[in-house]
Design a protein around this ligand. Structure first.
Ligand code: ADE
Length: 253
């Protein structure tokens, strides 16, 4: 997968050099290029924003640098044999976007080329998104019901959620099967508690069933704990939960 990020804070994306995403890049499973939006400004102050039409507080990102930057990113990707015939998918993080979910992470992980356009200020001039929506697939995505100072933190979140789904990036392909929110896994319940050695820590033991070696009982306990945690933290998910999926899970163990 190729990922391009256009931002006025390239240094904000430095965490993409470490941990899972950094390793995927080092192994060649993921190519990431971060571009400075100001490289496509032509005035002395490298201006990327202006006052909003219609008035109101804050500033709006100007369309010209974004248009030049995205056209250049497209040309660079097309010159790379790995994405020469691929279509870029534009991801615009915004609190007004559609919620980022594991299902969307899976959908994006199947695309060969993502281009992120994180905004600062009050957002990007709408014509930019409308222009590229006519040429590319475009997703406006929110990572939660709160307002960040800009979209860069959302780019980090989305990239990590997507990168761990790429083939070969996680050591054990099974390890995201039971993820909280994995479509179809554990009937869409949150993951329950986990334990490791030592068997006693500060007077606290671990649930006896986990020592039993009885796979069926352990799976059933995990499912009950997942259900309990989901009911406590996300009752909305219980309402959506399909009892048939729980039964299927039980039959599979
Ligand atoms: N930019 C600012 N707030 C955001 C949010 N909640 N999600 C995605 N991008 C954002």
């Amino acid at each position: 997968m190729r990922i391009d990020v256009v931002t006025i804070f390239p240094e904000y994306l430095e965490p993409l050099n470490v941990s899972l995403v950094g390793k995927a890049r080092a192994r060649g499973q993921l190519l990431v290029e971060v571009h400075n939006l100001r490289d496509w400004t032509h005035d002395r102050h490298n201006t990327v924003d202006d006052t909003p039409y219609g008035g109101g507080p804050g500033m709006v990102m100007k369309p010209d640098p974004w248009g030049e930057a995205l056209d250049r990113v497209e040309a660079r990707g097309r010159a790379d044999e790995r994405t020469a015939t691929a279509d870029p998918v534009l991801v615009v993080p915004a609190p007004s976007g559609r919620p980022f979910t594991q299902a969307l992470a899976v959908e994006l992980s199947e695309k060969p080329w993502l281009v992120f356009a994180p905004a600062r200020y009050e957002g990007i001039d709408r014509r930019v998104i409308d222009e590229y929506a006519g040429r590319w697939e475009v997703h406006e995505v929110s990572i939660g019901d709160y307002v960040l100072a800009g979209g860069e933190a959302a780019v980090l979140v989305i990239t990590e959620a997507v990168a761990r789904l790429l083939p070969g990036v996680l050591g054990n392909a099974e390890s995201h099967r039971d993820d909280s929110f994995a479509p179809g896994a554990m009937a869409d319940l949150l993951e329950g508690p986990v334990y490791t050695k030592p068997p006693e820590w500060r007077g606290r033991g671990i649930p006896e069933v986990l020592l039993s070696g009885h796979h069926g009982r352990i799976a059933r306990w995990r499912r009950d704990e997942a259900f309990r945690r989901t009911a406590a933290h996300r009752p909305d998910l219980i309402e959506r939960c399909d009892p048939a999926a729980l039964d299927k899970h039980d039959r599979a163990v």
